[in-house]
Write a protein that binds this ligand. Structure first.
Ligand code: UD1
Ligand code: MG
Length: 444
């Protein structure tokens, strides 16, 4: 097994985002772009991870805690080019022997297969392997100069001759480098070029001249896609979603109308789940096999167990668990709520900070009044209870197993097992009152 270290370049704020937030923290599928890079690196088995940030990269540093606690931070100040950025990370690669993979923090869509192919080139004997791509619009990209199909060097667009600018095979920026090659040639890179920067791409020519094998792999244009502004951010999101939909369907999930369904980076869905039109998944959703989510539902931080269903128009929020065969219907919102096996909450209901026992029926319009403006309180309902329609459960409150609450009740005190609790005005009836009332107002 090849030992891998990964350096993610993320210096620079990305001014074209027009944002208070550093570019690499803008999200694709609810995960910062940088997070996608780190996850990819870990999935490849990277043992060391180093993120190069610039001056003022404090937000990135803070975010890293949550993205990958094991990642190290290197500071490059001022930014003097991609080779200089990698140099900033070199102290963290002290003593490392293996393959160093360089990624860009604003290029979040790389696939594992392609990166494995790149590392495979090193395993097959190359000292350095570049991820290239073909494009009709090579414009600003570095060009891969080849002879007889083998890589010679990379020339940056600004330094290229007119002939070299005709080349459509471009540099994505991703590079896998054997650590000894990196150690030997990185210090030799100078800034004698159009931009006056230290180009990491110069490593290619230097290593080649010294006799090291150079390789390149062609990646798809949409996996090497880099984000510089919000238009490109939206394009990257589109690519991400298209891929997620494809992967879901291949994995045995039925998507009623794939283009209308949106996933998060960590959405987990089991086989034979049915997802209706217009369903949106926020982060942290897990559906076991055989779950149905009906159209126009929104889920985040929710777990649905086998045979459960939600929607249409359901909103499952953070901390929701629907156990086997539980069903929530239209306009039902849940938060920090566990609904036991077979629980039904069919219509117009809010269940927050609630625990509902198996087999219980929650009538239409039921609300757990969990918040008094200061604190949040729990509602606990036992098994096989029957909560009448329009019950207000003023938490903290407990309804015992098998108990029934009368429709329209405001329940402020705990209800014993198998009891009936009713709290509402008694019905009174006055014969002919309505007719007399109308007559008084001039109606016959
Ligand atoms: C770079 C490549 C070019 C390639 C292109 C792909 C070099 C010299 N050129 O050009 O061949 O086609 O990417 O998009 O490598 N960064 C730092 N510190 C710096 C400079 C850059 O961390 O001092 C980071 C940036 O945050 C970014 C990445 O490196 O993530 C690329 O930098 P950028 O300035 O966009 O390089 P390009 O000129 O686009
Ligand atoms: Mg760039």
């Amino acid at each position: 097994m090849t030992t891998i270290a990964c350096v993610v370049l993320a210096a620079g704020h990305g001014t074209r985002m027009r944002s208070q937030k550093p570019k690499v923290l803008h999200e694709i599928g609810h995960l910062p772009m940088l997070g996608h890079c780190l996850r990819t690196a870990r999935a490849l088995g990277a043992e060391r991870l180093s993120v190069v940030i610039g001056a003022g990269g404090d937000q990135v540093r803070a975010a890293l805690e949550g993205l990958d606690a094991g990642a190290q931070v290197a500071v490059q100040d001022p930014p003097r080019g991609t080779a200089d950025a990698v140099t900033a990370a070199m102290p963290q690669l002290e003593g490392f022997e293996g393959v160093v993979l360089v990624l860009y923090g604003d290029t979040p869509l790389l696939t594992l297969e392609t990166l494995k192919a790149l590392i495979g080139e090193i395993e097959a004997g190359a000292g350095l392997a570049v991820l290239g791509f073909e494009t009709d619009e090579p414009g600003p990209y570095g060009r891969l100069v080849t002879a007889d199909g083998s890589l010679q060097r990379i020339v940056e667009a600004k330094d290229a001759s007119p002939e070299e600018l005709e080349i459509t095979l471009c540099n994505s920026g991703v590079m896998a480098i054997r650590s000894d090659v990196l150690n030997a040639f990185l210090p030799q890179i100078d800034n004698n070029n159009a931009k006056g920067e230290y180009y990491l791409t110069d490593l290619v020519g230097l290593a080649g001249e010294a006799g090291h094998g150079l390789a390149f792999v062609r990646g798809g244009e949409d996996e090497v896609f880099g984000v510089n502004n919000r238009v490109e951010l939206a394009q990257a999101e589109k690519i991400f979603q298209a891929r997620a939909r494809h992967n879901m369907m291949v994995a045995g999930v039925t998507l009623a109308d794939p283009d209308t369904i949106y996933f998060a980076y960590d959405t987990e869905i089991g086989e034979d789940c049915l997802i209706g039109q217009g369903v949106v998944f926020g982060p942290g959703v897990k559906l076991e096999a055989g779950v149905t989510v009906k159209p126009y539902s929104h889920l985040e931080g929710a777990t649905m167990r086998t045979g459960s269903s939600a929607g249409p128009f359901a909103r499952l929020r953070q901390g929701t668990e629907l156990r086997e065969e539980a069903a929530v219907g239209n306009f039902v919102e849940t938060k920090k709520a566990t609904l036991g096996q077979g629980v039904k909450a069919g219509h117009l209901t809010y269940l927050g900070d609630a625990n509902v026992g198996a087999g219980t029926n929650i009538g239409a319009g039921t609300i757990t009044c969990n918040y008094d403006g200061y604190g949040k309180y729990k509602t606990i309902i036992g098994e096989n209870a029957f909560i009448g329609s329009d019950t207000m459960l003023v938490a903290p409150v407990t309804v015992g197993a098998g108990a029934i609450t009368g429709s329209g009740s405001v329940i402020t005190k705990s209800v014993a097992e198998d009891a009936l609790a009713v709290s509402r005005g008694k019905q009174i009836e006055r014969a002919r009152w309505a007719a007399t009332f109308r007559k008084r107002h001039g109606d016959e």
